[in-house]
Design a protein around this ligand. Sequence first.
Ligand code: HEM
Length: 124
Amino acid sequence: MKDIESREDLLAVVTDFYDFLFQSDVLHHFFLKFKDSDVLDEHLQTLVDFWDNTLFYSGTYTKNAMKPHLLLSKRNPIRPEHFEEWITLFHRAVDGRFQGVNAETIKNRALSIATVMNLKITQE
Ligand code: HEM
């Protein structure tokens, strides 16, 4: 298995990840607006921008990713068990295709960002 090296690789990860999210009993309700929708492609590109920036410091994502989640959680509470499932599925999407330093780094970053996000949401 190869390591994550390009935007194409990141797109493969987030595409598999969203397939898992749509099938998850715990999480699918958060993602209904993207299911079978033409806004999904645009959203996946935003996620590729985010991970490209987080992993390779590409400058492709400059927004605050916390904000939409704080708003979302006001309407539709995001709880610790949701974050646990999110992390499990994200790691599964990475491990299904990639192995190496970048694959390990992206999983660690996902875990630390999810941990901070969970804390911020709990404190709101
Ligand atoms: C259970 C936890 C999570 C849920 C339910 C969730 C759900 C969502 C939803 C519904 C959106 C679309 C928001 C919108 O368009 O209004 C979104 C966007 C996004 N999420 Fe999450 N998310 C979670 C955790 C995370 C984590 C841990 C990260 C980062 C490691 C992350 C990164 C992003 C990014 C980068 C966007 C795009 C924001 C933008 O449009 O600039 N999410 N998330």
